[in-house]
Write a protein that binds this ligand. Sequence first.
Ligand code: IPE
Ligand code: IPE
Ligand code: MG
Length: 255
Amino acid sequence: MSRAPTNEPATAIDPARRPRHVAIVMDGNGRWARARHLPRKMGHQRGRRAVRATIRAAMRLEIPILTLFAFSSENWSRPADEVDALMKLFINALEKELDELDANGVRLGFIGDRSRLDPGVQRLMAVAEERTADNRRLHLQIAVSYGGQWDILQAARRLAERHADEALDLDDPAVLADEFEKGLATAGQPAVDLFIRTGGEKRLSNFLLWQSAYAELYFTDVLWPRFDEAAFEQAVRWFSGRERRFGRAPGEDVS
Ligand code: IPE
Ligand code: IPE
Ligand code: MG
């Protein structure tokens, strides 16, 4: 297929086929650094540029929710100096970017087990959430100390607590699912439509397990530090051409 000349605008993405929730496993920072004989930390640092580009593209393409996997519950088992570098980078990025994100109408949210984070980081996150709570252009959600299984167990625990005194109708799966979802970190949000993973691995690595039940999965070999606006747009365009079935027979209207 030939590419459109650069002076011609690319065809717009049909709003009806635009993902409402895009989730990204930002993987490949370490390999990017290793290929350049740099410390892994430099790869994480360079990844920030890709985060900025992705946010810009998500705003331009009018994606309502973007969830970025920044640090998993399993990443705690990396060497202490790498964990430390990642946390410092996270704090630094948050402090530096908050004004601009707020000015651009970005609502910030964080999902994950905050109890494992430094109290100072927890405060910073709360401030960012509070300050941007009324912004509506893009809901940017950062998953830190997040694991899909942790999220599911949290929801189960909350469900049990909420219904400690009054019995829940366990026989109605729709009621049960609704009640269960209220306890997830993403309560009230649409499910993940498009799940992107950079870095070439084809696995979920415990990201948004419940929420991605019917996500379209997009794997690219591009290492996260090389991901950019065009790469994000390519993934969204690919998504807009998918036929989603949700278990139905082909060709049935599922909208
Ligand atoms: C992803 O890059 C960033 C985090 C997991 C925090 P990696 O650090 O996993 O990079 P690779 O997979 O080793 O290349
Ligand atoms: C997933 O990447 C977590 C993040 C991108 C934050 P990992 O690099 O930790 O995943 P595995 O270990 O290769 O599955
Ligand atoms: Mg990795």
